[in-house]
Design a protein around this ligand. Structure first.
Ligand code: GMT
Length: 392
């Protein structure tokens, strides 16, 4: 298949999922065309089957804000025709599904290019549910040729907010070869020079992730005399507030802010406990990546997290903001190495059994096939099997 993929290229889990999906589809023999403002961060190599089309923005004095959505729609339409795309798969509803629908409509006299929208989280729960975006988000859902959501929670949230239920749940995924425990990595000695245990948090430091709670937990754990450091991976709007709180709590020197990292698995692989105290998480890709690296997860019991983390088996779940319990649970794990390891092993087993790429990518391919079969023009297109071989 020739597949157009659009993601937010620099920020967040939806971009990671869309990029890794594209890379995996290319490895299975499909042609993937990324269409976005810059090359998505996880797309490190272009090649025979992985292409990038930059959205070009014209600046004009009359435009108070440049109309990215329209420029994206134009690029999608141009690429769809030039590369004979079979479908456009967009990640995050706003504005990507609207741009894709516009692109589809603008060229449908020539050929019909179906639009598949994958819902990731705040596109439904925060942005889409806001009154200013709700009607256009509903329109995007209704007009897409297929809609997927990354968790059962998100599907239910979409039904409740938008009264729209034609949604296939296809969860986030990991590559089990890439995410694993790393014994003897030099990074461990760098982050824990005095043999400290490492608590790690990975996010884009938005308020919804509550990264300040991580330093609160660190301070409480340290107050119990634990030799521990906190590794904060990522960057975003809350970073300076986190730093400030660490100073106030007198734990600033026990925190490593390592910024955005291309290879998160390097950090997860050398850590001991993962912290995800989010206010809302439709799935919790970071928790899945941590579990794949044998890290027990301390997280909140919200959104799709209970679908990913088994409370009392692969981590511990708490109410949002319950720093006391999250600190106690972290201490339980740090005080009991056998428990920490057992949780880690179970977490990796769960990640591989339920969420390995080998299981999830074929679900996307089957979904594409289903959409192509039910949309105009789909019958004449070659359909590949999961290995990239054309079906007869
Ligand atoms: O919805 C968002 O906040 C954006 C998105 C992102 O780009 O970071 O995150 C969501 O998508 C991830 C990948 O599907 C999920 O694993 C995250 O749980 C989800 N974030 C939230 O729901 C806050």
């Amino acid at each position: 298949m020739n597949i157009g993929i659009t993601v937010y290229p620099t920020y967040g889990g939806s971009g990671i999922v869309g990029s890794e999906l594209g890379r995996d589809l290319a490895a299975r023999g499909h042609n993937v065309h990324f269409i976005s403002s810059v090359l998505p961060t996880r797309v490190t190599e272009l090649g025979e089957r992985v292409h990038f089309h930059e959205v070009e923005m014209m600046s004009y004095p009359l435009f108070e804000h440049q109309p990215y959505d329209l420029a994206l729609a134009t690029k999608m339409a141009t690429v769809a025709r030039a590369e004979r795309l079979d479908l456009l798969h967009v990640h995050y509803a706003i504005p990507h599904s609207i741009s894709a629908i516009l692109a589809r409509e603008s060229i449908k006299q020539k050929r019909y290019v179906p639009v598949i929208t994958t819902l990731h989280g705040t596109d439904i729960t925060l942005v889409g549910a806001d009154r200013s975006y709700l009607p256009i988000t509903r329109y995007g859902l209704q007009q897409s040729d297929g809609v997927t959501a990354v968790s059962k929670f998100l599907k239910q949230a979409t039904i409740e907010t938008f009264d729209f239920d034609e949604i296939e749940v296809i969860p986030n995924f990991i590559c089990s070869h890439h995410y694993k425990r790393l014994e003897d990595s030099p990074l461990h000695a760098e982050l824990a020079p005095n043999g400290e245990k490492l608590l790690t948090h990975v996010s884009n430091f938005r308020a919804v992730k509550r990264p300040i709670d991580c330093v609160e937990i660190l301070a409480k754990v340290k107050a119990h005399g634990k030799n521990v450091r906190l590794v904060m991976v990522g960057d975003g709007p809350e970073r300076s507030a986190v730093y400030y709180r660490a100073e106030q709590l007198n734990v600033k020197d026990d925190v490593s802010f390592v910024g955005k990292q291309a290879n998160i698995a390097d950090y997860l692989g050398v850590s001991d406990v993962f912290l995800l105290p989010s206010e809302l998480e439709s799935f919790g890709l970071a928790a899945l990546e941590a579990q794949a690296c044998e890290l027990p997860v301390i997280a909140t019991r919200i959104g799709g997290i209970p679908e990913v983390v088994n409370d009392g088996e692969t981590g511990f779940l708490s109410d949002v903001g319950d720093i006391e319990k999250m600190s106690e649970d972290t201490l339980r794990l740090l005080n009991d190495e056998d428990m920490r390891r057992a949780f880690g092993e179970k977490g990796r087993d769960l990640a591989i059994q339920r969420y390995n790429a080998d299981k999830i990518i074929p679900q996307y391919i089957s979904f594409y096939e289903k959409v192509l079969q039910t949309t105009e023009g789909g019958e004449s297109l070659p359909v590949m099997n999961a290995s990239g071989v054309q079906k007869s």
